[in-house]
Design a protein. Structure first.
Length: 452
């Protein structure tokens, strides 16, 4: 069939080529005749020119004749182009036919191979049938030789094996039904879990409304500002109490994506410091005490410069909330590529956060905030030498360095602090600092063993 199509196409192409050839020859003959006619006209016109009659008109006619010759030449060129295109189309068609021919040969070979296999399988079947008939005859001969008693024992053994096989088959079928049921229940629970995840990822309308209220800027008249602050205070208390002792990371995720976390951050960032309350900072702290995935969602809004801003607050509890939140963000990356610079280092360095935390460590009135400031400095400066000099005017040894003071404090916390979280955090901070050789030398002073 493919050969017939190819022959028909070649015949059509030859006819088309013959038509183009005839057309080309006709146009060539026509052009020659027209050129001769134009030549005669030009001779006559030259005679007329010699006599000096209608010189301008004859010149225009000559130009028109030349233009007509050029147009005819263009038509000839176009005809040549069409001929080339047709030849190219013929070549492509021939190539396609060759490919189809190869595929046909391949299919014919495959069919032949399959037929050979079929014949071979049929031969094997007849061979096996012959062997089976021989075995039947041999079995009959053995039965006759061994006697009826032996045959009955053999039959009994076969029936017993059949019974055992039937039992095994039944057990397998039961196990399969149980397995299918477990798979069905698992798929059902998986679908319910997916539905639950999708539901959790959709912010609820109430949370979105709270987020809009918290994102309201503190502008307007005095009464309007008072109302905005009262609203934010009530909502902050609700959020803080909801998540104070709650490890519901899924619920916190819905709260974050609904805009509530962004609204709290807006308050902490844009309200005057004196207008920020403990409940505002505490609500954000409790919301940030969550899974690493949720912390990454929170970090998209650049919270660290806002927390550094709160370190200047006069209320110690707000300062505590801020430094604990900073530690939370830094600690979420403590195990990620600990030989490299901390991913949040640049963000803290740009807002002078490291120096601000060091000032809190040096001058903070409470051990709670000083301990956590030292831990935060140790975490964020992992794999880097602590080389920021201590201000000249300070209490104690004026020649002490930031590196010596922070490392000494972290060593003390790791060994002696009564709170286990502080011990573990100080150990992790020292482990990251020890990746730098200069820090490692300082940590090792006094025979202290660097944590690994």
């Amino acid at each position: 069939m493919i050969k017939q199509q190819r022959d028909e196409l070649q015949i059509r192409l030859k006819d088309k080529e013959q038509q183009y050839k005839q057309l080309y020859e006709q146009r060539q003959d026509g052009l020659k005749k027209e050129a001769q006619q134009f030549g005669l006209q030009i001779l006559e016109q030259n005679k007329d020119l010699e006599s000096g009659k209608n010189l301008k008109k004859e010149k225009d006619e000559l130009n028109e004749a030349q233009n007509q010759i050029e147009r005819m030449n263009e038509q000839i060129d176009q005809l040549k182009t069409e001929t080339i295109d047709l030849q190219h189309e013929l070549q492509i068609t021939q190539e396609n036919l060759e490919i189809q021919k190869q595929e046909l040969n391949k299919n014919q070979q495959t069919a032949k191979d399959e037929e050979d296999l079929k014949i071979k399988a049929e031969e094997q079947r007849w061979q096996l049938q012959g062997e089976y008939e021989v075995l039947i005859l041999e079995n009959a001969r053995l039965k006759q030789t061994l006697g009826e008693e032996r045959t009955q024992q053999e039959d009994q053994r076969i029936r017993e094996e059949k019974r055992l096989n039937d039992e095994r088959i039944n057990k397998i079928e039961l196990d399969k039904r149980d397995s299918d049921e477990r798979i069905r229940l698992f798929e059902q629970r998986l679908k319910e879990a997916d539905d639950r995840i999708q539901q959790l990822e959709r912010p609820c309308s109430v949370c979105k409304q709270i987020g809009l209220q918290l994102n309201q800027p503190l502008i307007g008249s005095k009464d309007q500002k008072t109302k905005i602050k009262e609203q934010s205070e009530v909502l902050s208390i609700i959020i803080s109490q909801t998540y104070q002792l709650d490890d519901d990371d899924e619920g916190k995720k819905r709260t974050i994506v609904s805009g509530i976390a962004e609204g709290l951050l807006q308050i902490l960032q844009n309200y005057p410091l004196r207008e920020i309350t403990e409940n505002n900072s505490k609500a954000y702290r409790h919301l940030a005490y969550t899974s690493d995935e949720n912390k990454r969602l929170l970090y998209q809004k650049d919270p660290l410069p806002v927390m550094i801003r709160l370190l200047d607050h006069t209320e110690s509890k707000i300062v505590n909330h801020a430094i604990v939140t900073i530690c939370n963000f830094l600690y979420s990356e403590v195990d990620q590529q600990e030989n490299k610079i901390h991913p949040h280092f640049q963000d803290l360095n740009k807002c002078d956060g490291i120096n601000r935390m060091y000032q809190l460590f040096k001058k903070g009135p409470y051990k709670y905030s000083r301990d956590r400031a030292a831990i935060a400095i140790g975490l964020v400066l992992r794999s880097q030498e602590i080389n920021v000099p201590v201000p000249a005017k300070q209490k104690g040894n004026a020649n002490a360095s930031m590196k010596q003071e922070v490392i000494a404090h972290l060593k003390m916390l790791m060994l002696d602090d009564p709170e286990q979280w502080i011990k573990d955090a100080a150990k992790d901070a020292l482990k990251g600092l020890a990746k730098n050789e200069a820090n490692r030398v300082e940590i090792s002073k006094g025979g202290f063993e660097c944590p690994e």
